[in-house]
Design a protein around this ligand. Structure first.
Ligand SMILES: [Zn+2]
Length: 991
């Protein structure tokens, strides 16, 4: 029935769009170019052009209520000063109509948007937001248009966001000068990530014309304020802009606002020509540079390398599609020839980050690369051998990939408007028709027909056209232990050169400027921000949306919940098996590698590659993982082994076949060499993961001193797990230890799960008809019945509450190879159901936006900082991200309560508004009820929490600040490079 309703409303929507908009129509200054229904995505695309300025607009008409708006510009970076990136930051610092400091950050608290951001791409800049509230949509569209087209671009904003010289001690004019600035520090931080470093330098080498749009710290400090202003004038013009809207709000209103703004402009001719890569006509190019040394990897495995070919133009949508198919077949998945020959053979520990097809501006790049490689010649030899001699992939594999593309398209999504935007904008700025990207069915049909005629020769033609015998671009980064010193030295020399040139007057000006900036930062916001539009607390509904799950005991033995909703012809099955009483605590740290092994190793009879082909052919994916979650009432840990699978309705039985194979038949002994590959693979990626989310690692580590659920989480996902993986890696070559310390343990876990026969398991079935749900329940029952056993489990150390907390009284400094630090200070709060929890959550939001943003980001120079409240674990956290000054941040966190901060009603309302952005963010239909299923938070508890949050008062805030923050028992953890400022008062941990 639901399905019927959906179909009828979609049809009506499409008919409306077709009826209302005709080609050639003029709507609010825009002319309709095309109206294209795309029934497989349940959308209609309307392509328009602004008559006066030739600005292009694409509207996606749909019943989806999560509306999106975006203004984008083509921004070819003229040099590597990061001018496009710094402009993206400074446009958000105040505009003509909204002349307040940081209107963007302030709007974050006056809106119910579920997405607000700005991004700098390699040759474009985009400003998108998403919201389900129509008043909000209009407010934000106003603020975004004014910010981008009429920014104030004050010099002080350039200094603040871009770069500046400043006295180290702002009160002492004789103290040393240093480089500061948000983007400057952001890019120093980015470069600490070895994956980003490889990627950006690869791109900069093969595409010198792209000039590192984010900014190279070496060049950022050459950018002048005038350069920023002229870049804006040149590029942020309607004739050089692309705008986009998506959703069920009236397109006319959106166009009206655009027209109002654009009418003041005349048409300009902008050079939209896509940038070209380096010229390979005259021979191979080989570039090698130094990079980060990864202390977790052996010295001989510090090289990352890739080989690239230029393969046609992304404008040829069909050929680009074939190239992408070829890449998936050749490189993706365990049975693919490149994976077998490069990764499983041990030539590399994992692929390099650029591996695959990249369609950038004017060309498609096909890249194959590895990290952790020792024998570079061997790598090259194998790559060429595979490309010359690959065997037919066969129709089953190919159909598997086509089917997974189709299922991916059918899956319900809560952020479909953003997803479409991301997929079209980078090509659109370079003249690629955005509808090509959307009308995927046309391409699939053409490919299927042609494949029937030509078979795998489709791919061989492509390889001989672009790859065999063609010139290549080889890029490598070699880890150098002195790399960091070289970078620091360069910065020192650059700083010296800048300082030497200064006159006495310059120095005085710098000191005065620094003083003014600090003064500004220290003033509590007194400016009148009432010019900014806002939603009110009354715009938040007191009653939240409920997602009821139907609970049943199937055949009196299997606990199955179900959810009937619009899943677009797909079935989702999820399980959670409570491990509390069956897995001994000593084995917890093995659980993540156990879960990963199931989807990597293979069984006694089948290789994992064959199973993977089956997964692609019959399902939309199968996954397994382990996690620990706190009980909402008691905060006691619940440890779950979880499985998930989805498929077209008529293939749901395959989910159970595959679960059965993976869980019961995975053969750890026989596939021990694949297990080694997996462990190396995990280890290779840990370094980048730490620098990407160091604040989460710091927070997780600190929490593990207070709550058992957090110490278990730490052992399975945190720094402790990384140390454990490093240890496993050390014993991979010792067969005896490898057997005892790894294989035997994984087999033991598998036995325990098998013996349990799903006695401790609950299932959730989500689909779109009752008959399908009934059918799946029968399949599920058959699956479980086949596993019944009578054996009882051992009685070892089985209570997760016995899992030890991390111990120690000192703050902890965890050494990582990075230029910047990440800090956390944590302290205990209360359980989810406790009223004080809601007040603590609002307090964390108040502190973040009204105090810490200024202290940690603006004054401290960190890229981010704030407070969060982990409601289920009951832990209050302060954190800083890419922080040049972590000890200072720690002091600020520790002293928060002594600052005598007071809040007013408006600030309280704004904090609640921010919280409800995520509370009320749209949920994909396939995920309805997941909070209840996985976290045991039912509809009533959620509604109760909602009311608690809405009802928090200013005295409540003072009460919890006093009760929990003042004189709290706290834990400080900093992740970062070694630093003399950390004295003996800190415990030091190395990975
Ligand atoms: Zn940025």
């Amino acid at each position: 029935m639901l399905r019927f309703r959906r179909f009828s409303s979609t049809l009506r929507q499409t008919e409306n769009a077709l009826k209302n908009y005709k080609i050639g129509d003029l709507i609010s200054g825009y002319q309709v170019n095309r109206v294209v229904p795309i029934p497989e995505l349940q959308i209609t695309a309307i392509d328009l052009i602004h008559s006066k300025t030739a600005s292009k607009h694409l509207h996606i008409d749909t019943v989806d209520t999560n509306n999106v708006f975006c203004v984008g510009f083509k921004t070819n970076p003229p040099d590597s000063t990061g001018v496009a990136h710094i402009l993206e930051h400074t446009t958000l610092c105040g505009s003509k109509k909204y002349p307040v400091r940081d209107p963007f950050f302030k709007m974050l608290n006056r809106s119910l948007s579920n997405f607000m951001n700005a991004m700098t791409g390699h040759d474009y800049t985009m400003y998108p937001f998403a919201t389900t509230n129509s008043k909000d949509f209009k407010n934000l569209q106003d603020v975004y248009l004014d910010a981008t087209f009429s920014p104030l671009l004050k010099q002080e904003d350039f200094f603040q966001e871009g770069w500046r010289l400043e006295n180290k001690d702002a009160t002492d004019k004789d103290s040393d000068l240093i480089f500061k600035g948000v983007v400057y520090n952001e890019m120093k931080g980015q470069n600490s990530n070895a994956d980003y470093y490889f990627w950006s330098n690869f791109l900069g080498s093969i595409y010198p014309s792209l000039n590192n749009s984010g900014g190279d710290p070496k060049s950022i400090t050459t950018l002048k304020y005038e350069g920023l202003k002229s870049f804006h004038k040149r590029n942020y013009h309607p004739s050089n802009s692309l705008t986009y809207s998506y959703g069920n709000f009236p397109m006319e209103d959106t166009l009206n606002k655009l027209n109002e703004k654009f009418l003041q402009y005349d048409k300009e001719v902008h050079d939209l020509a896509p940038l070209e890569p380096t010229n390979l006509q005259n021979g191979n190019i080989n570039i090698s540079i130094d990079g980060q040394f990864d202390p977790m990897l052996p010295a001989e495995k510090q090289t990352k390398i890739s080989i690239s070919w230029i393969c046609g133009n992304p404008k040829d949508t069909y050929e680009t599609f074939i190239l992408r198919m070829f890449s998936k077949l050749l490189i993706g998945g365990h049975s693919s020839p490149m994976y077998q020959r490069l990764i499983e053979s041990g030539i590399g520990m994992d692929y390099s980050v650029n591996t695959g097809v990249e369609s950038i501006t004017s060309v498609n790049l096909f890249n194959i690369g590895v990290q952790g490689v020792e024998d570079i010649e061997k790598f090259k030899e194998v790559v060429f051998d595979v490309l010359k001699n690959f065997e037919d992939f066969g129709s089953k594999k190919i159909e598997g990939i086509l089917k997974s593309i189709e299922i991916g398209k059918k899956q319900p999504k809560s952020n479909f408007g953003m997803e479409i935007l991301y997929s079209i904008l980078p090509g659109w700025v370079n003249g690629i028709d955005p509808l090509n990207e959307l009308e995927i069915d046309k391409v699939l049909t053409r490919f299927r027909t042609e494949y029937e005629q030509k078979g795998d020769d489709i791919f061989r033609e492509l390889v001989s056209k672009y790859i065999i015998g063609k010139n290549t671009f080889t890029f490598s980064v070699k880890g150098n232990e002195k790399f960091q010193e070289v970078i620091d030295e360069e910065e020192k020399i650059r700083l010296n050169n800048a300082v030497i040139e200064l006159t006495e007057k310059d120095r005085k000006d710098i000191f005065e400027r620094g003083k003014i900036l600090v003064k500004k930062q220290e003033q509590k916001d007194q400016e009148n921000i009432e010019c900014l539009p806002t939603l009110k607390i009354s715009d938040i509904s007191r009653l939240g949306i409920k997602y009821d799950l139907t609970n049943s005991l199937y055949n009196e033995s299997v606990n199955i919940q179900d959810r009937l909703t619009n899943t677009n012809g797909l079935t989702y099955v999820r399980s959670k098996q409570l491990l509390n009483k069956i897995i001994p605590v000593e084995l917890y740290k093995y659980l993540p590698i156990f879960a990963s092994s199931l989807t990597h190793l293979g069984t006694t009879k089948e290789s994992y590659g064959d199973i993977e082909d089956e997964i692609k052919f019959y399902t939309g994916g199968v996954s397994m993982n382990v996690n620990v979650i706190s009980d909402p009432n008691t905060m006691e840990p619940n440890l779950y082994f979880k499985m998930k699978g989805l498929s077209l309705n008529n293939n749901s039985n395959h989910i159970f076949n595959i679960w059965n194979k993976l869980l019961y038949q995975t053969d750890f002994q026989k596939n021990s060499s694949k297990l080694k590959v997996l462990i190396r693979n995990i280890m290779t990626n840990n370094g980048s993961m730490i620098v990407e989310s160091g604040h989460s690692f710091a927070r997780g580590y600190a929490g593990a001193f207070f709550r058992t659920s957090r110490s278990i989480h730490e052992a399975m996902n945190g720094i402790e797990q990384i140390k454990f993986i490093n240890h496993l890696n050390d014993i991979l070559d010792n067969e005896k230890l490898f057997q005892e310390e790894i294989i035997d343990k994984l087999i033991e876990i598998q036995k325990i799960l098998i013996n349990d026969s799903f006695k401790n398991t609950e299932f959730l079935v989500t689909s779109d008809t009752s008959s399908q749900i009934g059918q799946v329940k029968t399949q599920l029952y058959e699956f479980v019945k086949g596993t019944f056993s009578n054996s009882s489990n051992s009685t070892l150390n089985l209570n997760p509450s016995n899992f030890p907390l991390l111990q120690g009284n000192k703050p902890v400094h965890i050494l990582i190879p990075a230029q910047v630090s990440y800090g956390a200070l944590s302290l205990p709060g209360v359980s989810y159901t406790n009223q004080d929890g809601a007040s603590l959550q609002v307090l964390s939001q108040l502190l973040t936006t009204k105090y810490l943003h200024k202290e940690i980001r603006e004054k401290g120079g960190a890229y981010g900082g704030g407070a969060t409240y982990d409601a289920l674990s009951g832990i209050f956290n302060f954190y800083s991200y890419r922080d040049p000054n972590p000890i200072r941040s720690m002091d600020i966190f520790a002293d928060v309560t002594s600052q005598g901060i007071t809040w007013d009603k408006r600030e309280l309302d704004e904090a609640k508004m921010s919280i409800f952005q995520s509370v009320d963010a749209p949920v994909a239909s396939s995920n309805e009820g997941l909070i209840q299923f996985y976290s045991n938070i039912d509809n009533d508890m959620r509604q109760h929490r909602r009311e608690q949050l809405l009802d928090v008062t200013l005295p409540d805030i003072d009460h919890v600040a006093e009760k929990y923050l003042a004189n709290a028992q706290t834990k400080k953890v900093v992740l970062g490079p070694s630093n003399d400022a950390f004295s003996n008062a800190w415990d030091e941990v190395s990975l």
